[in-house]
Design a protein around this ligand. Structure first.
Ligand code: F7E
Length: 332
């Protein structure tokens, strides 16, 4: 059988690296683009386990001509657009860059896709941040919930989401959105709240740090595991028709409850070590997320394997192990 070829933007990130591993295990040939970074070692560290089946090249969503020539050359069967400025709070500091990358960047890759390989399938990393302040009466967000974003990041993602639907309808392309709720792992950047809390709590436990400084403890998130969520991306592109799917666990916890779990597990006092710092608050907060993934469960047969406790325990073990193995990296 002919090998499937995947093209992944954002391949060096948490999701991109797990997706590449998942596709290679299914015998895909995987191509990915990485943005140029002055510290070249940082670009590939999430990909270092992959020895075969992967080809990386420099590229950028803001450079349409290079995307076009890559797609012309690679002729992928599946395109996964995961590249983004993905930090919501930072999107308030750099709204223009966020909107260029997360909205215009998607227009660029859609144009390249339409012109160079319209028979391919296209996945767009849409986000629960698009729902903003909108919640259905039963307390869930789902595919039909109105979109009322509360951040430059969310606004850009809504633009891209609508554009994907428009390209699907206007040009009869196989273009789908995965509306993913928060998904975490040890590979999450440590400026996102779960990995920041776990890493800092482990450092406090080991006497390497005194306090954890955080922002809003009262916002609720529906946290799943990134490994489960990249499987959903692949299922979405292998469904018989293009469509949009919410991917979520259906369980929601506050940031405060998540911190309680981690601190209790490590036998630490939250009252003693957790400090609130205004710099981590957002000008407008998305207070409540809880996703209903019934459509994906029913149509794609997707369901998460990891529970909240399994995710947090895996991350705690990762950081305990990391400092055990790297005694010289106390300041890391
Ligand atoms: O914040 C609160 C913060 O930065 C979660 C991205 O992958 O998921 C992610 O976006 C919550 C927020 O993720 C701190 O105010 C409190 O309410 O981990 P986060 P996010 O903003 O939900 C969506 C689905 C995406 O698409 C995004 O790309 O935690 N919070 N204290 C804090 N958050 C951070 N980062 N740091 C704190 O100290």
């Amino acid at each position: 059988m002919k090998k499937k070829i995947a093209f992944i933007t954002g391949i060096a990130g948490q999701d991109g690296s797990y997706l590449a591993e998942c596709l290679i295990s299914k015998n895909y040939k995987v191509y990915g683009i990485v943005r140029r970074n002055s510290v070249v070692e940082h670009q590939k560290n999430r990909l270092e386990n992959i020895k075969h089946g992967l080809e990386l090249t420099y590229g950028d969503l803001l450079n349409e001509s290079s995307l076009s020539s890559l797609l012309r050359k690679i002729k992928p069967s599946e395109i996964y657009n995961l590249a983004a400025q993905s930090h919501v709070r930072i999107s308030f500091d750099i709204p223009e860059f966020t909107i260029k990358t997360n909205a215009i960047g998607v227009l660029n890759i859609l144009q390249a896709y339409k012109n160079e390989c319209p028979k391919s399938k296209f996945y767009q990393a849409s986000s629960s941040e698009m729902f903003g302040r909108s919640v259905d009466k039963d307390g869930y967000q789902r595919e039909k919930t109105p979109l009322e974003p509360t951040s430059p990041y969310g606004c850009a993602k809504v633009f891209a989401y609508n554009l994907v639907k428009h390209y699907r309808n206007a040009y009869k392309l196989f273009a789908s959105n995965g509306i993913l709720f928060n998904h975490e792992s040890e590979r999450r950047g440590t400026n996102f709240v779960t990995n920041k809390v776990v890493k800092t709590a482990v450092r406090i436990k080991l006497g390497l740090q005194k306090n954890l400084e955080v922002g809003n403890l009262n916002s609720y998130r529906d946290w799943g595991h990134a490994k489960d969520y990249v499987k959903a991306m692949n299922l979405i592109l292998n469904h018989k028709k293009p469509d949009d799917f919410v991917i979520a666990t259906g369980q929601s916890r506050s940031v405060g409850q998540m911190i309680n779990y981690v601190f209790k597990k490590l036998n630490l006092s939250k009252n003693k070590h957790v400090k609130i710092n205004q710099k981590y608050f957002r000008p407008e907060e998305l207070k409540y997320l809880r996703g209903d993934a019934s459509k994906a469960r029913k149509i794609l047969g997707w369901k998460p394997q990891y529970t909240f406790e399994m995710i947090m325990d895996e991350m705690i073990d990762f950081w305990l192990n990391f400092y055990e193995q790297n005694k010289n990296l106390k300041d890391y």
